[in-house]
Design a protein around this ligand. Sequence first.
Ligand code: NDP
Length: 271
Amino acid sequence: MGAANLAGHVENWPGFIGSGTELTSKIKEQMLTHDVKTENGEAVGLSLKNEIYTAHINDKEITSKAVIVALGMQHRKLGVAGEKELIGKGVSYCATCDGMFFRNKTVIVIGGSDSAAKAALFLSEIAKKVYVSYRKSEMRCEPISLKKIHGRENIEINYFTNPVEILGDTKVTGIILNKGDGDIKEEYKIDVDGIFIEIGASPVMEVLNGTGVELDERGFVKIDREGRTNIEGIFAAGDNTDSSFKQMIVAASEGSIAAKSAYNFIKFGKK
Ligand code: NDP
């Protein structure tokens, strides 16, 4: 439940008000009331022999008749100068994890969708000043978030801007943005202590190498309405599937569909 843990305030889970961490710990608590075995570790591969799957988790092998792939996504990087060198020294991909280090400081959020909006709102309650850099003309987050952003005096949106370079030696001291719509662009610097990169995420599917599971052109697992992949016995759910909406509630719904399908597969055989 990686990304869900990072949600500061969950606003779209029926019947629940609270943080992502509170929600995921309740989910885990409820799960452990059943007879469920858990194994922590990094899955490095998946193989099939005689209709039994083996998941390679660290140096352990776990066998099963069906598998549900729910690997989520990994944060996208900007790829500008200074970004890699200053990760953990002011460059962050998680406002709820690192925001508290920037009390009364100046920060900038890069991005224009829901993650960027949530990060800006969260940080505006901690930092003195929050800039947002977005490359288009209006943030495309949920309208309720944009309305809240417009109501916060310490948030300033810089539209039509793109990061060029992150400045700093041992820690972030500023960022160079270029501004402009079309060919005419001008560069300018903003002094900031923290840079929150919220430009989305992409799936990482190395674990499925060699399984034959079909991915779409963006690298997401293709599933049908029952959560089935093209390979018998392998199902998928959550942000790593090719479904349009990336929300916790959607991921949970897909999880329950995939679980039911996997159960039917094991109990009643092939699809
Ligand atoms: P998105 O892919 O939705 O948005 C990424 C944002 O970053 C876009 O504004 C995009 O610009 C911008 N961007 C991408 N690449 C670059 C780049 N190289 N340089 C500058 N800007 C860049 O990612 P999110 O993480 O925001 O959201 C992912 C999914 O999760 C979405 O479906 C979202 O709705 C959902 N979500 C929902 C939340 C909620 O509370 N409802 C909270 C967080 C996420 P452009 O607009 O030009 O494409």
